[in-house]
Design a protein around this ligand. Structure first.
Ligand SMILES: [Zn+2]
Length: 172
């Protein structure tokens, strides 16, 4: 992904952008722009990502680079219009750290089952939220144990919710 050939430093990239953009539109605060991914806000090792790709003539300078985690780097738009990258980063803004991928899992759940997790919880009379959360955590542990992934994609998180709803019902 060309990362190793980029000469511009991460500090230069963060300093450049956080003097221009409004951090309240983003998943990350300026103070943590070196440590947390600008799209998902998770504390991960960050990659220097071209806004306009190398292959489309994008230059190695702060204004053409952003800092993203590996996972977001794989999903970012590769288009020769610099506004698209920022539209995409801003659209995913989440107000809390470390919730982004769970939210994506909830959206995925709703996409697959045509019902929000919130509706499911109401319809299935899940009153004991602490118990439900416990089941979710247990299922996440099992999933990571089986597949050894450092993080779960949204389809897996959606599946974990589905299984947890069933487990809760079985136990009651
Ligand atoms: Zn990310």
């Amino acid at each position: 992904m060309g990362n190793r050939n980029i000469k511009t430093s991460k500090t230069d990239i963060a300093d450049y952008w956080f003097s221009i953009v409004d951090e309240s539109d983003l998943s990350v605060d300026a103070a943590e722009a070196y440590e947390r991914c600008w799209r998902c806000g998770y504390e991960k090792s960050l990659e220097k990502c071209h806004i306009i790709p190398d292959s489309l003539g994008g230059e190695d300078k702060p204004s053409n680079l952003v800092l993203l985690c590996k996972r977001c780097h794989l999903e970012n738009p590769n288009i020769a219009d610099p506004d698209i990258m920022w539209d995409w980063i801003r659209a995913y803004k989440t107000p809390f750290y470390d919730t982004f991928w769970v939210e994506q899992g909830m959206k995925e759940y709703e996409f697959i089952y045509r019902k929000s997790l919130e509706e499911e919880i109401k319809e299935r009379n899940i009153f004991d939220v602490i118990k439900f959360n416990k089941i979710v955590k247990e299922q996440i542990r099992k999933t990571t144990y089986h597949f050894g992934h450092p993080y779960l994609n949204s389809a897996t998180i959606a599946g974990v919710f589905r299984i947890s709803l069933k487990k809760y019902e079985e136990d009651n």
